[in-house]
Every structure is written in C-alpha cells, then in structure tokens.
Design a protein around this ligand. Sequence first.
Ligand code: CP
Ligand code: NVA
Length: 307
Amino acid sequence: MTRHFLRDDDLTQAEQNTILDLAVELKKDRFGTRPLAGPQTVAVIFDKSSTRTRVSFAVGIADLGGIPLIISTANSQLGGKETAGDTARVLERQVAAIVWRTYAQSGLVEMAAGTTVPVVNALSDEFHPCQLLADLLTIREHRGELQGLTVTFLGDGASNMAQSYLLACAVAGIHVRVASPASYAPDASVVADAEARATASGGSVELFTDAAAAVAGADVVVTDTWVSMGKEAEKAERIATFGDYRVDSALMAQAKPDALFMHCLPADRGYEVTADVIDGPQSVIWDEAENRLHAQKALMVWLLSQQ
Ligand code: CP
Ligand code: NVA
C-alpha cells in the first residue's frame, strides 16, 4: 500500500530509525543510490515561499537519479481552479511522488487520498515533518542516541514546528517540552496524539508557560520565527506577546552546559533568538539546514521502497 508522509507520527519508531539510519548512509555516499533513475520525475509544489525546502528537494531528487519539477501554485490550476484530489489524479500518471508545501493540512490529506504515489508534506500550517527528520538526524549526529534526551521548543506552541516537535520527539522516545504563552498552546488533539506515542516509546510530553522552567536541564533548545507564513497580519501582536520566550544566553544557561541550539531557519535575530546564541558555539543550525537534503533523500528512498 502506498505510504505517505503527512505528519511526523505517520512513522513508527522503528521506521523513523530506519529512515535516519539510511540518511546517515546517504550522507556518506551522496550519489550511489538512484531509485529515481530513468530519470523519473518528482513534483514539488509550493503554495508558500521557500529556500531550504526547494533547494534540498531539487538537489536530493537529482542525487537520486530523478528530475525535480518545481511548481508554484500561483502559476498552476491547483488552489484556484482545481482541487487537490483532481491534481493528484493527473500527477500520479506521470510522476513518482508528490511533495507539497501548503496552508491547511486538509489539502494534503485530500491529495494523498486521491493518489497511488507517495505524498510528502513539505510544510503545512500544522506540521513540518521533513524538518523534524533533519533535526533528529542532527541531534543524533551530535548526541548519539535520541532515546531519553530532553528537547525544549520555545515560542509559538501552535505553530507547525512546535507541533511537529511534539509528534516526532514522542515517536523517537524523547522527553519533549513546549513553552509558549497560554494563548499559543499546541492543539489539544496533537498533544493527545503525542502523549499516546510517548507512552509507547518511553518519551514524555510537557507543556509550559514558563520559559526558564521548560529549558532547565535540556539537551537541546529549539525555537522558530514568532511570525509563521500566513500570520504576517498578526506580527505586532505576536512580537508583543512572545518576548519572554526569546532564546538568549541567560536562557541557554538554564539548559545543560553543552546543550545544542537549533532553529529551522529563516531566523529573525533579536526576536526569537539573540545573535550571540544563534551564531555562537552551541548552535548547530548549518548542520541542521544541510541535513534537510540527506533526511529527505532517505525519506524518498524509503517511501518508494514501500510501493
Ligand atoms: N526551514 C525551512 O523549511 O526553510 P524554507 O522555508 O527556506 O524552505
Ligand atoms: N514556522 C515557520 C517555518 C518556516 C520554515 C513558518 O511556517 O513560516
């Protein structure tokens, strides 16, 4: 049966580990695995802006022997004139997989329901699961094991990154904490899903409103923009609300002395993180950005092998 990757918890812990192990192998030997040789085409569709996702999917598909077809929704029929379901039926006759960055998660669910080729979420309003594969790969590289680590996300708890942190870390057996203002807490159903997975994996899920308490003893400190794509009209209100969650050196000092700092980028220095932290010795943001390539290649190889 066709497997899709729409949310972080679409994978079991064993499958997540298999993909991360494969990413390590593909990182060592970039051009030796070519399941898209032919070349086959992968459609990569963007409703929102992107640098890292666009480049890493295009390069990764080429590394795997295929051709990336980058589609901007603004210049296609998707969105305005044609449904995701109909688009999926058209694409599946010609492409090996569909990668889509969009707004509502429901569009991805509709796309996946309508097609026999794998559909990959390249960021929605609710989740950013490809980023989390890269982040987990980066944490593994720097810390060895994922199981039992404590990872704290600070800022917009209702954002795609916070919610993907909850799910992906819960799958991985990590103790995941999210600190946010109460009015920006993660969706209750996502928290419940994460708690269920954490119970199975040996991880745990904790929500905080106090940033320092959430960071205490953490192995990894993560943040993201306070103004996600689509929320630009709320910028002033968000900047006024999130100040207590800024990651600065005083907050980092509450975590373990060798704690990693991570950020999916793009970053607004001086807002969600100070320059001394994001550009300092504990930051692993450039490894994290590179690992998008290796993690997504592994994901595509794995999804294609499940067909
Ligand atoms: N982190 C991330 O997804 O970056 P882009 O928006 O540049 O793709
Ligand atoms: N939360 C951010 C992530 C960008 C990669 C956004 O959705 O804009």
